[in-house]
Design a protein around this ligand. Structure first.
Ligand code: PA5
Length: 399
């Protein structure tokens, strides 16, 4: 379960109901699938069936992808750490040392490579594919057995190649963009391979999707989150600090950073995301948040029930648990920030689970879609990213 504590921020007023309705109409017109894909039971059954069929044939799974094609998977792997999580590697960069480091950890003969690219054309991902495809060929292994493509159903280089050479594929729905694709095969297939229960993720996502579509200002948490972010932005708080008091949410912050930055960074507007980990970064960034530039909205994440309960055997510390200590530290940091007139809100999670990740994904995707409407920008495109992709290709072709 997920709740939003807006603390000293103003609750949305009645007149906001009309805004929600108008915003939802606009989002609908943009034909975005991120909140609809979770109804596609057939797609999830296909993902689960394929994962079940092939997961025991391999000892290692390697995702080749970047940006929205990798961050959701990293978030689920690091956040949920199922028993098999160490079998899954995600190569989301073209740093040769990083690629080699992972190559050294796997046995190519026992590896399934999952090539993930919505466009099917991303240079970083294709170059990784060419590299490992040659490795497989060099070992005289059957290439098609070791690769599966997750890509657009119709377009792009990967799709063309899959048609021509009969590679196994899963589709990314046409109306779901990279950073909004975590609830599709993009992340759910690798998640299913390492034993994450994807149905539970979807169940959680459906809960916040229903909130996202609600006209009731008090129930619509994605709207309330976006309104709070926007209202503070207008007052000069242009940076949001994502501050989870849970290591399991560290990679969620990476995922959310891409979603918010790439979606809102348009027409000289946009929210900058900084992340911090509680309690660790109380000893790194808190001083800046307390007395540095007052331009940040701090978004805390608090976990009510951790998986483990660990007692601190010390009388001075009242023999409390780490569980209690971490939340006392969060509350004290929040209180002192508020005393310094620094705005804060808290997202409370009952626990870290498949279901709460599902809830969080739609909370942030929905809020980001609403932010697009508040800022009057298209949250779903990325012309800047496309431009640099084009320049890179041109530079290579000139060589
Ligand atoms: O959100 C986006 O659209 C981007 O960040 C993409 O995820 C990223 O550029 C990778 O693109 P693709 O999935 O087409 O390889």
């Amino acid at each position: 379960m997920l709740t939003l504590d807006l603390k000293n921020t103003k609750p949305a007023e009645k007149k906001e109901q009309k805004k929600i309705q108008d915003f939802l109409k606009n989002i609908e017109k943009k034909n975005q699938g991120f909140y609809k894909v979770i109804d596609d039971k057939k797609a999830f059954e296909k993902i689960e069936a394929l994962a079940k069929k092939i997961k025991n044939n391999f000892e290692f799974f390697v995702v080749l992808g970047i940006g929205g094609s990798a961050l959701g998977t990293i978030c689920l792997k690091n956040g949920l750490k199922p028993t098999n999580h160490e079998k899954l590697f995600i190569i989301d960069n073209i740093d040769p040392d990083f690629i080699k480091e992972i190559e050294n950890k796997i046995d190519i003969k026992k590896t399934l490579f999952i090539v993930v690219s919505k466009s099917g054309d991303t240079l970083e991902t294709l170059s990784q594919f060419f590299y490992f495809q040659k490795k497989i060929k060099d070992k005289k292994l059957e290439v098609k057995k070791h690769f599966i493509f997750i890509t657009d159903a119709e377009k792009g280089y990967l799709r063309e190649l899959a048609k021509k050479e009969n590679y196994q594929t899963l589709d990314v729905p046409e109306n779901v963009g990279g950073r909004f694709s975590v609830l599709t095969a993009v992340s759910l297939f690798p998640a299913a391979l390492i034993g994450i229960n994807i149905k539970k993720i979807i169940n959680g996502a459906i809960k916040t999707r229903d909130m996202f579509l609600s006209k009731d200002t008090k129930k619509n948490l994605p709207f309330l989150l976006a309104k709070t972010q926007y209202d503070f932005y207008k007052k000069g708080f242009k940076t949001n600090v994502l501050f989870p008091y849970s290591n399991s949410l560290s990679s969620f912050s990476d995922w959310a950073r891409q979603l918010i930055c790439e979606s809102t960074g348009k027409k000289s507007t946009g929210i900058t995301i900084v992340f911090s980990l509680g309690a660790t970064d109380q000893h790194a960034q808190s001083q800046l948040f307390h007395e540095g530039p007052n331009d940040k909205l701090i978004i805390f994440f608090e976990i009510e029930k951790f998986k483990n309960t660990l007692k601190i055997p010390n009388k001075t510390l009242r023999n409390i648990t780490f569980n209690k200590l971490i939340n006392i530290e969060k509350a004290s940091t929040e209180k002192s920030l508020q005393e310094a007139n620094r705005p804060t809100i808290t997202i409370k999670l009952s626990e870290i689970s498949e279901e709460t990740f599902g809830e969080l994904f739609i909370l942030f995707e929905g809020a980001t879609a609403f932010l697009g409407e508040f800022f009057d920008i298209n949250a779903f495109n990325q012309p800047g990213v496309e431009h640099s992709k084009k320049l890179t290709k041109q530079a290579i072709l000139k060589l």
